[in-house]
Design a protein around this ligand. Structure first.
Ligand SMILES: Cc1ncc(COP(=O)(O)O)c(C=O)c1O
Length: 370
């Protein structure tokens, strides 16, 4: 039985009428750039993120870029982040002219290690970017404690709706940082029908600056206070996302259910380590990522049985050729390097049925026990 890594058509089939109606409203209005559809989604996302402001933009990558620019980060500045993340987290630091400083992860959660941040802070450090990897929030209160006055941008691209109990209160992804950045890339838990992104913040001055930066740096049309970008969230995407948003909590709950099923079924298979969720966290399981012995052989075997998997991420960013100029060597971030050799993400999307979950478990068991 084939089990794809992700089946977006299965999800679309369940919401087609709502989404198409929302898109047609925008089409009939002929208002495609910013406007009511984008404002509506911004309000909805601010609400679920427990933030005062949300600013739509063209992608999760641009959300990071705009956030860095809103903090005036550029040449000569350093930004501390994790090398075990999607490229955009560090690519945007480079693209504003600053220097990415990579520090290692905690092996259990794959998220940035607060002690490592503390050790990397210099007078040039202008921001810290923890990433909420695979749908599980980084330890934001510990990051804040070591960052002190240094601004924190939470890359929450993979974790909209995730939460963490901090001092007895649930905090949403993006809520506890100066700014949180979101992605609506189609494979995310809240995915658009194209690219999209958003920044959430409690800070009015940052919100105003971000709104200006996304329209070429001009608060008033054709008058430019600074050089910004064309980075608006498409109104059609906003309409799709607003139609999908009421389903997000149930979809993420279903992913958690699938994760629980896998973790129970895979426990005890020698060679497999199931994901560890910090007891303070509620993950949205954008990915269900195991550590596997003989990982590449397992992946090939699963492929031979028509089971889709992915390796996020095969080469940590400090070892990427484009960052050779930074001078990192193998061994600089050993946990990230080990993780890239061992991780394998399994199908976890909400529409998976029990037979498909069993097929994946059975295949993994056969691989290790044959
Ligand atoms: C951790 C992380 N940061 C940033 C991004 C960039 O988002 P986008 O693809 O919307 O530009 C992504 C997703 O693709 C991501 O997973």
């Amino acid at each position: 039985m084939p089990v794809p890594l992700l089946d977006l058509r299965a999800q679309h089939a369940t919401i087609r009428d709502e989404v198409v109606a929302a898109m047609m409203e925008v089409v009939d209005s002929q208002l495609f750039i910013l406007g009511g559809a984008v404002e509506k989604l911004e309000q909805q996302v601010a609400e679920i993120s427990h933030t005062r402001y949300a600013i739509g933009c063209a992608s999760g990558t641009d959300a990071l870029l705009l956030a860095l620019r809103a903090l005036d980060i550029g040449r000569g500045d350093e930004v501390i982040t994790t090398p075990f993340t999607f490229f955009a987290t560090a690519g945007t630091i480079h693209n504003v002219g600053a220097t990415p400083v990579f520090v290692d992860i905690e092996p259990q959660t794959f998220n940035i290690a607060p002690d490592a941040i503390a050790a990397a802070i210099t007078p040039r450090t202008k921001a810290v970017i923890p990433v909420d990897l695979f749908g599980q929030m980084a330890p934001m209160e510990k990051v804040a404690a070591v960052a002190k006055d240094i601004p924190v941008i939470e890359d929450a691209a993979q974790s909209i709706g995730a939460r963490r109990k901090i001092d007895g209160t649930w905090r949403m992804a993006g809520e506890a940082a100066g700014m949180g950045t979101l992605s609506f890339f189609p494979s995310k838990n809240l995915g658009g029908y194209g690219d999209g992104g958003m920044i959430v913040t409690q800070d009015q001055a940052l919100a105003t600056r971000l709104r200006r930066l996304r329209v070429h740096g001009g608060a008033k049309q054709y008058f430019h206070d600074e050089v910004g970008y064309n980075s608006r969230l498409d109104a059609l995407q906003a309409a799709v996302l607003s139609a999908k948003l009421p389903h997000l909590a149930a979809w993420s709950a279903k992913r958690r259910e699938n994760a629980k099923y896998y973790s129970e079924a895979l426990t005890g298979i020698e060679g497999v380590c199931t994901p560890v969720i910090d007891p303070k966290n509620e993950s949205i399981f954008n990915q269900y990522t195991i550590r596997a012995e003989r990982r590449d052989d397992l992946q090939a075997y699963l492929k031979s049985r028509d089971i889709g998997t992915a390796i996020y991420y095969p080469l940590p960013l400090h070892l990427q050729p484009c960052f050779a100029y930074l001078g990192y060597r193998e061994g600089a971030c050993p946990e990230s390097e080990r993780a890239s050799q061992q991780v394998l993400s399994l199908p976890i999307f909400p529409e998976l049925n029990r037979d498909q979950l069993d097929e994946v478990v059975d295949a993994i068991r056969s691989f290790y026990e044959r």
